[in-house]
Structures are given as structure tokens and as C-alpha cells.
Design a binder for this molecule. Structure first.
Ligand SMILES: [Zn+2]
Length: 414
């Protein structure tokens, strides 16, 4: 088989396209392939599909293709152009690449697979592409995926913030809790960050939102109220965030008590910080003896801890009415504890109680998006430093967006 014929098969080129020439550069470890087409062929207008005669050719272009063994392989061609009476002079669609791509569709598909499996730097080494080319490929993939995304109703949303870099830059993530993927990434954590998501939805999509898990974060609350019909009963303040507030209260009580004890030369609470933050059933066995001892000492911290653990039980009730009774008892206990951080936390929760109790209608939590959060944390580490927030956003969509990222490679083997 002649090398031109071999490459025609490898590239999956079909008539009217054929391989005119192949050049092997052993020293440069590269193969260059030139594709041409038969004469007198008619080409469909890329806009309307009507068959037209060749008008002229664009300048020769080159696409990086999959390697031939270890040789980097480049495809060259002069794209034909047609002159459509309606759409003017346009370049025809090429079977091996998307319009304006610098890589063939097969290369893009392979690069997406590699980028899915490894970090950006690793991918640049395996694929022998530059850092910027890797991002170019990821951005194209994400754009492709977002363009293809159908307008579906997402019944359960989780809204969460994510620190994107040092200096407290934030991203707002909207997660589809049922499909466990990120539906939207916005910049900052302002009202506008979430407004933009809702503004991109149709009336039917907004209507279809049944429940939104979120933190008690005023800008998000306002945005949801403004856009989502019936938001009042759909917002569910996430139990993990609420327990987070309580955990902080326990920690503040501990810090103050520890300081007071230390002033009297008492080191009882030294090194105990994390013991109080575990939920009871998650405390590692090696700490259990010490912790049991601490709990027996009538410490303020131990009381605060007991209230934290009791609050957690709230979400275990099967009925809202029972949960409400538990809440009232708990609130009384907490507000009579004479522990200011606990009293403050109890009042914060009380102010938002309506949307804490909506849990019993919807039973959603942000746990799924917390799972995604840890995946995103990994992405952040893997990307060894994003130069900007756009890159971080691209990577989140790429890895967690549940998008169809690959270009179509119809008519091409592989
Ligand atoms: Zn046309």
C-alpha cells in the first residue's frame, strides 16, 4: 500500500477527499499529510445545504492530528469555499475538523479523554501540546457542551459558594442535586451571581424548580425570592451549613473557656479542638476515652457540644410537627444556656426557621454539592494554579458539568 493510501485510511478520508502527499521527517519526529479533493465536485453550503460549485480555496491550513506511532502528525489542506446566493462566500464543512479548529476532531476527542484523566500539566506532556493549547481545547469542549445542553427542568437545586483563589474570590455554583452535576458557575457570591443563572432560564424552567438547598446567605435568598415562583416554601437552608454554625459556636465556647482555664494554670482543654467538632458517632476510637473523660467534667464546652449534638437530631424526625416540638425544647435549652455563642446561633436559626423546616417538605440537602465541592477542590489542586477564574470555571464545567464535550466524528474511524 502506498503511504498516501495508508493515510487516507488512517484519516478516514472519503471521496472527494484523498491524500496527495505524505512527508516523514524522522529527525523532527513528525509526519505531514496533505489532503486534496477531486475536481468538479459540488459542495453543500454550510448554512443552508444547497449544492454549489467550487468558488475558490482559502489559504492552506494545518491541523494537528493523532500521532502516527510516536510521530506528531499534521494534516494540511486548502479548504474549499462556495458562493451561496443567499449566504455569500463561505468555507465548506471539512470532515476532519470543526470550523476554525486547530486540531482534528479525533485529536480533540483524544485530548478530552486525556484531560479528563489527568491534570492540565500532565496532559500537556502526554499530548505534546502547550499549556495554552490545553486550555483552548478545554474551553472549546465546554462551549460545545454548553451549546448542546438541552433546556431541561432541574427540580432540585443546590446553591453553594466556592472560594476560587486566595484573597477571597468566590464562585457561585448551582448544582443539579438529582444528576449530581454543576448546572451553572457564576462569578462572586453576590445576588447578581445567582440572578444571572435564573435569568437564563425559561418561565417553565423557573416554574419547575421545586426546592433549593442553600446557606442562610442573604444575597442568594433575595435572588431566589425574586426569580423563583413560590420561593418562600422552596428554599431549604442546608442542614450541613446550619450544623456548621453550631460547630463554630461550640468552638468559640471552647476557645473562651480554654483561655479562662489556662489563666488559672489549667490545661484541661489543650489540644481538644477537633474532639468537640466531630459528631458523636464519628469520633475516632483512639480519642474516645479522653473525650468521655472531658465530657464528665462539667465544662461549658461539654454543654455546648451536647446542644450541638441534640440540634442534629432535628433532621432525624419523620414529621415536621415532631421536629417542631424538638426545636422548641432545643431553643429553650440553648437560649437559657448562658453561653452567648450558642444563644447567638440559636437566634440566627430561629430567624430563618421557616426555611429550616421546609426540609420536611423537600428533604434535600447540599450534601451532593458538597461532594462535588470536594471534587472541585481536587480540580483546583490538579490544575496547579489557575491563572484566572475563567480557567477555574472552565475546569469545573469540564469535570463536573455533566456535559457532552466531544466533537462529532461521524464518518471518521475511532
Ligand atoms: Zn446557503
Amino acid at each position: 500500500m502506498r503511504d498516501t493510501e495508508l493515510y487516507r485510511h488512517l484519516l478516514g478520508l472519503e471521496a472527494p477527499w484523498f491524500v496527495r502527499d505524505v512527508e516523514l521527517d524522522v529527525k523532527g519526529q513528525r509526519v505531514d499529510v496533505w489532503a486534496s479533493h477531486d475536481e468538479g465536485v459540488r459542495w453543500p453550503c454550510p448554512a443552508c445545504g444547497i449544492d454549489l460549485a467550487l468558488y475558490d480555496h482559502s489559504e492552506e491550513r494545518v491541523w494537528r492530528h493523532l500521532d502516527s506511532c510516536q510521530f506528531m502528525t499534521y494534516l494540511h489542506a486548502r479548504p474549499p469555499r462556495v458562493k451561496c446566493p443567499e449566504h455569500g462566500v463561505l468555507q465548506v464543512q471539512l470532515p476532519w475538523a470543526e470550523p476554525r479548529a486547530r486540531f482534528t476532531a479525533l485529536f480533540e476527542r483524544f485530548a478530552i479523554d486525556v484531560l479528563k484523566e489527568t491534570d492540565v500539566l500532565g496532559a500537556t506532556r502526554i499530548l505534546r501540546i502547550s499549556w495554552d493549547e490545553a486550555w483552548y481545547l478545554m474551553e472549546r469542549a465546554v462551549r460545545r457542551g454548553l451549546a448542546r445542553k438541552e433546556k431541561r427542568v432541574v427540580p432540585s437545586l443546590g446553591v453553594d459558594e466556592k472560594a476560587s483563589a486566595k484573597g477571597h474570590k468566590y464562585l457561585t455554583l448551582v448544582c443539579d442535586l438529582q444528576r449530581a452535576c454543576v448546572d451553572y458557575v457564576g462569578f462572586d457570591r453576590k445576588k447578581d451571581s445567582l440572578d444571572q443563572y435564573f435569568q437564563g432560564l425559561s418561565a417553565a424552567q423557573l416554574e419547575g424548580i421545586e426546592a433549593i438547598a442553600m446557606d442562610m446567605w442573604e444575597p442568594y435568598i433575595q435572588s431566589a425570592r425574586e426569580h423563583v415562583p413560590g420561593a418562600e416554601d422552596k428554599i431549604v437552608f442546608d442542614r450541613y451549613h446550619i450544623m456548621g454554625y453550631m460547630g463554630k459556636a461550640v468552638d468559640t465556647v471552647r476557645k473562651r473557656e480554654h483561655r479562662a482555664l489556662q489563666a488559672a494554670g489549667d490545661e484541661t482543654l489543650t489540644g481538644s479542638k477537633y474532639l468537640w467538632l466531630y459528631s458523636e458517632e464519628n469520633l475516632p476510637e483512639i480519642h474516645q476515652d479522653r473525650f468521655a473523660e472531658l465530657r464528665g467534667l462539667h465544662l461549658k464546652t461539654a454543654r455546648a457540644w451536647a446542644m450541638k449534638e441534640s440540634l442534629r437530631d432535628l433532621w432525624g424526625y419523620r414529621r415536621r410537627g415532631w421536629a417542631m416540638r424538638h426545636w422548641k425544647r432545643w431553643y429553650f435549652w440553648a437560649t437559657h444556656s448562658r453561653l452567648q455563642p450558642v444563644i447567638d446561633a440559636a437566634n440566627t436559626i430561629k430567624r430563618h426557621l421557616h426555611n429550616v423546616m421546609t426540609y420536611f417538605a423537600h428533604r434535600i440537602t447540599n450534601a451532593v454539592s458538597e461532594g462535588l465541592n470536594s471534587k472541585i477542590q481536587t480540580i483546583k489542586k490538579m490544575a496547579c494554579g489557575f491563572r484566572n477564574r475563567e480557567h477555574f470555571r472552565t475546569a469545573i464545567y469540564f469535570h463536573c458539568g455533566g456535559l457532552e464535550l466531544c466533537p462529532a466524528t461521524h464518518g471518521v474511524p475511532g
